[in-house]
Design a protein around this ligand. Structure first.
Ligand SMILES: [Zn+2]
Length: 757
């Protein structure tokens, strides 16, 4: 799912392109003795010399040669080919299978039945000069996976992006979607949120279209002349309610093995409540043009050359959908390099291999660097390298429908992962430009250090320096520029969801990173038949030098995590970052208090009635009780405890690093065992309100945004939903998790202090 990954980079850009320092590479390597650091630097240099653009290109040509969605013949063929590659590199590898619910379309009808008639074609035509775009027999039709079956005819209403704020606006216009089919555009939320919110407001069907303003001709030339979405291009994609739980809808919390206990389909809570289908802007235009009612608010207007109206009607639409609800087999390809002295500490690295169609960009542009990394480890093994820890490489199946392959694997191995997983490093597509870094803040210092050692292929600066300069250029204030120039590390973005890191980070509490290059690429082929080898090699990382940079970046990170004497986690950045999140939720409550008071005052003044244009319908907003004050002291106290523990740990760590020998002592093993537990400590057994599968107290996808991250999610969402009692309880829950991390860290610091005495 690249939109995820891509939007991660874009969404976090403001935050993440908000960072950093005067960074010169440290002389020593964090977590290594001087002696082991020297050997490590040698191995890393050897590693980075291996990945080759030619290999990346040939892997991509092969893996994207035919459509390879879950359950298709070429999906299996690719899995077996990846397995053979891993084995040919000298790695121990196998395929692990799961059986999951994955619906595919049997019938799809969208027609305007009044006041005029129009039948949507729901088809992406082949493009001359692009051979794989003509593989129609194997292509999945355009659809949204996990929509329920349905047959509805109803008046149409346009609801912009279809997020909760759009419905509030609709209410002010005096318009209801009760009994209507809504048409919404892609963007601003995970797509599964759109039918969910529509159904909550009483809609009976949902159409999602790609507006040319968002990724079509408004942005640039359309394919094949340019990279942007052509008129008939459609964004396929899942609409499962993954913010409740991802993975197989029938086996929440357990691996979907052959004999797993399964829910009946009718009881699966993550399927949509109403039928939903994506359409192209060519198919959307006649439907939108047939709408009456008020003209759409200015920010709702897109790039089509029509006047956007809201409705309801007079346009009436017929939507009929029927799916094949059989189980399909997933094939995760898993390779393992056993650790020499700490085999029960695992560093895990993954990217998915399944696509919606040919998927050259999503996911193959991220999968091919993973293969080159594996080849490079094979080369190192031949030269006598042995990692201290176990390295696991995973090519996941079924990410596109619902993070299926990674979630089922994590659920099947949850106990072992909780005991052994050090970190999970994810990619999901790659492009040209700047290094996007998201993840657990305990890895912020670490990944900054790695980025300082990777060369940008365009400028020959380090990728770290280039990203820092980009952030300075984009900074919104002088204060921000000062921070970026003076802070030691670039701030990394927090992870919401949208790719395979989710089950590791948010279900089990494994520290995670999500990495990828981007910002100089762009286009509108996401999840269409045009995301293929021809498009990628014409418009994206055409020389595969950023593919090589990604292999060097992730491979170096894996190598360093696998070999460090003491894991290079850092916690003062964690404490600072969580402190910032706490200030944000306090501000959220304060804003809510001020806005409520102001709105109630305006209602008392008769403001809304006075300014309403009598020729247009408008409804004043509802009066609300002002929010009470909440006690954030438990949260602040926990953050203080974490700050103290982090400082103590960092002092001890610096002394041990400087001693030259401390990390080589036997006691280092106990410190690593404690460090592995620090991220686990941030999870809570009972999970988040309304979604117990999500257990991380600091990072979660939003319940009403779907992939955009909510930090301190329990507290934040309770405030957003004006549930003050729950907010109070969630402050205690978050404080408990943060205190638990502080306690683990105090123990690690004490152990570390022993080493230097
Ligand atoms: Zn993807």
């Amino acid at each position: 799912m690249r939109s995820f990954a891509r939007s991660l980079i874009v969404l976090t850009a403001g935050v993440l392109l908000a960072a950093t320092p005067g960074g010169s590479p440290a002389d020593d390597l964090r977590g290594f003795t001087p002696e082991s650091a020297k050997a490590q630097r040698d191995w890393e240099a050897k590693f980075r010399a291996v990945p080759s653009p030619d290999s990346l290109r040939s892997y991509m040509r092969r893996l994207s040669a035919r459509p390879h969605h879950v359950g298709s013949p070429y999906d299996q063929d690719n899995a077996e080919w990846i397995l053979a590659r891993f084995k040919s590199f000298g790695l121990d590898a196998h395929i692990e299978t799961f059986d999951v619910l994955f619906p595919t379309p049997l019938e799809r009808v969208v027609e305007l039945v009044g006041p005029t008639r129009f039948v949507a074609q729901l088809r992406e035509p082949p493009v001359p000069g692009d051979p794989t775009s003509a593989q129609q027999r194997e292509q999945l039709p355009t659809y949204n996976a996990y929509s329920i079956d349905g047959d509805v005819t109803a008046p149409l209403v346009y609801v912009n992006y279809g997020v909760p704020a759009d419905y509030e606006r609709l209410e002010r216009l005096g318009i209801s979607v009760q009994g209507a089919i809504v048409i919404v555009r892609y963007g601003a939320s995970w797509r599964g949120i759109k039918p969910k919110v529509a159904a909550e407001h009483g809609a009976v069907g949902c159409l999602i279209f790609s507006d040319p303003k968002d990724d079509g001709y408004t942005q640039g030339d359309t394919y094949p002349r340019g990279p942007w979405r052509p008129r008939d291009g459609v964004q396929r994609g899942s609409v499962m309610q993954m913010e409740v739980y991802p993975g197989d809808p029938l086996t929440p919390g357990v691996g979907a093995t052959k004999d797993a206990k399964r829910l009946p389909i009718a009881q699966a809570p993550t399927l949509t409540k109403i039928p939903v289908l994506p359409i192209s802007y060519a198919d959307a235009q006649p439907l939108l043009a047939a709408l009456g009612g008020p003209v759409a608010p200015e920010e709702w207007r897109g790039g089509l050359s029509i006047t956007y109206h809201v409705g309801p009607g007079p346009a009436r639409v017929h939507l009929r959908l029927k799916f094949d609800w059989s189980l399909k087999t997933l094939r995760d390809v898993i390779a393992r390099i056993p650790g020499s002295s700490a085999p029960d500490e695992w560093v895990i690295r993954g990217n998915h291999h399944d696509a919606w169609v040919n998927g050259a960009e999503d996911p193959i542009s991220g999968q091919v660097p993973l293969l080159e990394e594996a080849r490079a480890y094979g080369e190192l093994l031949k030269q006598g390298w042995k990692p201290r820890r176990t390295i696991i490489y995973a090519a996941w199946d079924g990410e596109e429908p619902a993070l299926l392959g990674s979630t089922e694997w994590v659920e099947a191995h949850a106990d072992e992962l909780a005991a052994k997983a050090v970190a999970y490093l994810n990619t999901d597509t790659n492009g040209r430009g700047y290094l996007g870094m998201g993840g657990s803040h305990s890895l912020q210092r670490f990944i900054n250090d790695v980025a300082r050692d990777i060369e940008d292929p365009e400028t020959r600066l380090s990728v770290w320096k280039r990203t820092q300069l980009r952030e300075i250029a984009d900074a919104s204030s002088a204060d921000r520029r000062r921070e970026i120039r003076s802070e030691p590390d670039l701030r990394i973005g927090a992870l919401g969801s949208g790719s395979d890191f989710t089950p590791f980070l948010q279900h089990v509490g494994v520290a995670a990173l999500n990495l990828g290059y981007g910002g100089e690429d762009g286009g509108g082929i996401y999840h269409s038949i045009y995301d293929d080898f021809t498009w990628y090699t014409r418009f994206d990382d055409t020389s595969f030098v950023y593919g090589r940079a990604l292999a060097q970046t992730v491979g170096t990170a894996v190598l360093r995590l696998a070999d460090a004497d003491v894991l290079p986690f850092e916690f003062t950045g964690v404490a600072t970052t969580i402190g910032r999140y706490a200030k944000e939720v306090e501000k959220l409550l304060q804003d809510e208090q001020e806005q409520t008071a102001e709105r109630n005052r305006q209602l008392d003044e008769g403001l809304f009635a006075a300014i309403a244009d009598p020729h247009e319908r408008s409804v004043p907003p509802p009066r609300q009780e002002p929010p009470p004050h909440l006690d954030f002291a438990p949260l602040q106290n926990a953050i203080d405890a974490l700050t103290r523990a982090a400082d103590r740990y960092e002092k001890a760590f610096t002394r041990a690093q400087a001693s030259g020998t401390a990390f080589a002592q036997a006691g280092a093993a106990g410190i690593n065992a404690a460090l592995i537990r620090t991220e686990r400590a941030l999870t809570v057994a009972e999970g988040l309100p309304r979604r117990p599968w999500f257990r991380h107290a600091i990072y979660a996808p939003g319940f009403y945004t779907g992939y955009g991250v909510k930090t301190l999610p329990g507290v934040r969402e309770a405030i957003e939903q004006r549930n003050w009692k729950e907010a109070d309880a969630q402050i205690d829950v978050a404080a408990g998790a943060i205190s638990a991390e502080a306690a683990v860290l105090e123990r690690a610091a004490a152990q570390l202090e022993q080493l230097v005495h």
